[in-house]
Write a protein that binds this ligand. Structure first.
Ligand code: AMP
Ligand code: MG
Length: 409
């Protein structure tokens, strides 16, 4: 790569243009029991074979009546039957009413339900205290879902309420994309796993855990690679080993320009590098490419940079590989409770929490230390406030904000 390219930073939107079209897609699908399908990506449209509800039914506990009978003063009807949910009643004739409960089918002849609070029962006679209009308190057959309707479209990442919707039409399992296999490859001579006492300048390998947990929340199968030592041949070998097992490799560390950084050169040697360096802060040293057919993402080693690049750049790509119809986290506009001088060419992601000010307005308050090495800033914050390139922030300005809770869906 030329000197010019090595200093060129790619804005995130441009990086997606480059990455998204060449991402390998998961095409295999598998049937999965309803309760195991939360978070999975639907692989086909779901069509309802039934109406929900199956019959017109009562929205209230009360009396099913013929509205044509509701004239004069007082209105008194004879209660001839009692219909509970799950039963089917008989014809309601002129001058009659049926005691009815929520969810019970409206009997033939009746065209409305008067709620019990508007009725006075005396023996088998009920006085109707409110004139009803046809259709009142009646839920129509198919008003929730019509037979033949597409319930959920292919590409939907299934949420708990979607599982309930599928159950409401009687489905027991759903066709979903198979999960991604992702090899997590951490690099660095200094890294040891928790459980081992630290020696010298060793540090714990926290990125492996952060990334694995983020991947688990996407349903991915995580392949844990041994920590890769900082030399070119170990890095090349590890990449090839990972590529033989995984749909995607995610590495952390060693992707910058130091003498101990070998990831970029190793990818160029055993695969191809498609992108290097993003115009974001934190997270500049980011690489993507291919090793064989396997997608590769190289994340920086600093824990905050690794997290931000995963969330902002890798996660949308993984969801795209799964055919998901919503790949970008939803942002909202939140008022800034801080000020900041003009940013440079990189879009900045500020770890911030949400706090109500004295007048009750929710504002963004940044974590004190925004260093990319301070992982505590991620745990203490509620999300990332986005400051575009070449812009400054005044108190009260509205900033785009990505809540961390978005990342668990
Ligand atoms: P590097 O990108 O390899 O230069 O690493 C940048 C910084 O992140 C260094 O201080 C590393 O020690 C640290 N670091 C790299 N990998 C990890 C990891 N897996 N867990 C925690 N810190 C890391
Ligand atoms: Mg390193």
């Amino acid at each position: 790569m030329s000197q010019k390219n090595s200093t060129t930073l790619t804005p995130l939107a441009e990086a997606f243009d480059k990455m998204l079209h060449s991402l390998p897609r998961v095409v295999d699908q598998e049937p999965v029991a309803l309760l195991n399908s939360v978070g999975r990506v639907l692989a086909a449209d779901l069509v309802s074979g039934v109406n929900v509800p199956p019959l017109d039914n009562s929205a209230m506990d009360g009396y099913a009546v013929r509205t044509a009978d509701l004239v004069g003063e007082p209105i008194v009807l004879r209660v001839t039957q009692r219909i509970v949910a799950g039963q089917v009643g008989t014809l309601v004739s002129a001058g009659e009413a049926a005691r009815i409960f929520t969810g019970a089918p409206i009997p033939d002849g009746a065209d409305a339900v008067v709620m019990q609070e508007k009725c006075k029962l005396d023996g088998d006679q009920v006085e109707i205290l409110q004139v009803a209009v046809p259709g009142q308190n009646r839920r129509e057959a198919g008003e929730d879902i019509r037979e033949g309707e597409i319930l959920l479209h292919s590409g939907r990442r299934l949420r708990p309420q979607d599982i309930g919707l599928a159950a409401s039409v009687g489905l027991t399992e759903l066709p979903v994309r198979r999960n991604l296999k992702v090899a997590v490859m951490t690099t660095g001579d200094e890294l040891v796993l928790p459980g081992t006492p630290l020696q010298g300048s060793q540090i714990y390998n926290s990125n492996f855990f952060t990334l694995s947990a983020l991947l688990q929340s996407l349903g991915a199968e995580v392949i844990e690679m041994d920590v890769v030592q900082d030399d070119l041949s170990s890095t090349k070998l590890a990449l090839e080993e990972a590529a033989s097992q995984a749909d995607c490799i995610i590495s952390t560390g060693g992707v910058s320009v130091g003498e101990e950084d070998h990831v970029k050169a190793a990818v160029e040697a055993v695969g191809c590098l498609e992108l290097w360096k993003l115009a974001i802060k934190p997270g500049k040293p980011f690489a993507s490419g291919k090793v064989g057919d396997t997608q590769f993402f190289g994340l920086p080693g600093n824990p905050v940079s690794a997290f931000v690049t995963f969330v902002m750049a890798v996660r949308p790509c993984l969801l795209t590989m799964l055919g998901c119809d919503k790949t970008f986290a939803t942002t909202s506009l939140v008022q800034s409770g801080f000020e900041k001088g003009e940013t440079g060419q990189r879009q900045e992601y500020i770890r911030a929490h949400l706090k109500k000010n004295a007048s009750g307005t929710t504002q963004l308050v940044p974590f004190d230390n925004q260093s990319s090495g301070v992982a505590a800033s991620l745990s203490r914050a509620d999300g990332l406030a986005i400051i575009p390139p070449y812009s400054s922030v005044a108190r009260g300005d509205y900033l785009e904000f990505i809540s961390f809770s978005e990342l668990l869906v």
